[in-house]
Design a protein around this ligand. Structure first.
Ligand code: NAD
Ligand code: ZN
Length: 341
């Protein structure tokens, strides 16, 4: 089968001919239709320090996908051949304390497809059936292909009560923008998103944020006073991984505010603990998606009218993957889809 893999310890990804993956009694064999490029894939493509430390070579990359079940192991129940599925790319151990308590997103032994084990940038993917999510007809293939990052957005945004609240999102990447759409859908009052990238702020504005603020040219406090937000934000969602954005967020929170942190800083970053202490802020770190509450919430929000389709800005056949990665690296995109059929 065709697969996109890291086969050498240097920058790039290569289209290879790989053997069809073998599936065990509890696995599904999924024929991939669409995959999406994640920031993580770009890190792996670039072969940065994190990738060099983390990714064994060779490795078939990718973890955002939609496809159909081609075959399955003898023990699988609840699925049939031809079912349309996407799935959770974090494989959990099932025997640590958190797994046994039903908090699998907090598993200490999580393995990621396309990172620690064979990924979805391939014509076929083997995934444990318990990680698959069967798709109702009202969920399009393209939306399903980005359920993984949409899930990051949903998990983060729905961490706290949003109804009637003023929300600050730092970082208008695909996940930040989707989180903004989720916050609006869930009933937030004002949703303000910041970035330094005008292309992405425009995308956020098209997807219904109250204001997209370019912090290179505009002052967040001006926008806040224009909206008569005298006391600060109730909820903060950090989606940039940028230290400056993080400290701006703590600075602009109201006392007693809630902050969820998804963005991954590249190294150690300095935090003004006094802001957190004296404001009585509540912090929550976010990793992945809740298994599988987040997945049901994603489906429910699409069913109730949340439209995430505009976050997809580019589509191309997988043979043009180099162009897709180039566009991602330039930052002038939302989500980019690679079609395998
Ligand atoms: P992205 O890199 O596409 O988006 C980040 C955005 O932040 C960019 O548009 C960038 O211009 C913007 N930014 C940079 N400096 C800024 C500043 N000072 N103020 C405001 N915005 C600024 O990333 P993404 O795919 O949307 O993911 C968002 C973040 O979440 C990334 O840091 C990613 O690594 C992280 N992530 C975490 C998890 C998790 O499980 N915790 C999962 C997926 C992604
Ligand atoms: Zn576990």
């Amino acid at each position: 089968m065709k697969a996109l893999a890291k086969t050498e310890s240097k920058q790039g990804l290569w289209m290879i001919d790989a053997p069809l993956p073998q599936f065990g009694p509890n696995d599904l064999l999924i024929k991939i239709k669409i995959t999406a490029i994640c920031g993580t894939d770009v890190h792996i493509y670039n072969w940065d320090e994190w990738s060099q430390r983390t990714i064994p070579v060779p490795m078939i990359t990718g973890h955002e996908f939609v496809g159909r079940i081609e075959d399955m192991g003898s023990e699988v129940t609840g699925f049939k051949r031809g079912d349309r599925v996407t799935g959770e790319g974090h494989l959990t151990c099932g025997h640590c304390r958190n797994c046994r308590a039903g908090k699998r997103h907090l598993c200490r032994n999580t393995q990621g497809i396309g990172v620690n084990r064979t990924g979805s940038f391939a014509e076929y993917l083997v995934l444990p059936a318990e990680n698959a999510f069967k798709l109702d007809d009202f969920i399009s293939d393209e939306a399903a292909a980005i359920f993984d990052p949409f899930g990051n957005a949903v998990h983060t945004a729905l961490s706290f009560d949003l109804v009637g609240e003023d929300v600050l999102i730092t970082g208008a990447g695909p996940i930040g923008i989707m989180a903004a759409a989720v916050a609006r859908h869930a009933g937030a009052r004002y949703v303000i998103i910041t970035d330094v990238n005008e292309y992405r702020l425009n995308l956020a504005r098209q997807m219904g944020v109250t204001r997209g603020v370019n912090i290179k040219t505009d002052k967040l406090e001006d926008v806040m006073s224009e909206l008569h937000m005298l006391e600060g934000f109730d909820v903060g969602l950090e989606m940039s991984g940028n230290a400056q954005a993080q400290s701006q967020m703590f600075d602009k929170m109201n006392n007693g505010g809630h902050v969820a942190l998804l963005g991954i800083p590249p190294g150690d970053s300095v935090v003004n603990w006094n802001q957190i202490i004296f404001k009585g802020l509540h912090l929550k770190g976010i990793y992945g998606r809740e298994m599988y509450e987040t997945w049901y919430k994603m489906a429910a929000m699409i069913r109730s009218g949340l439209d995430i389709s505009r976050i997809i800005t580019h589509r191309m056949p997988v043979d043009e993957f180099e162009r897709g990665f180039e566009i991602m690296r330039g930052g002038q995109s939302g989500k980019i889809l690679l079609y395998w059929d």
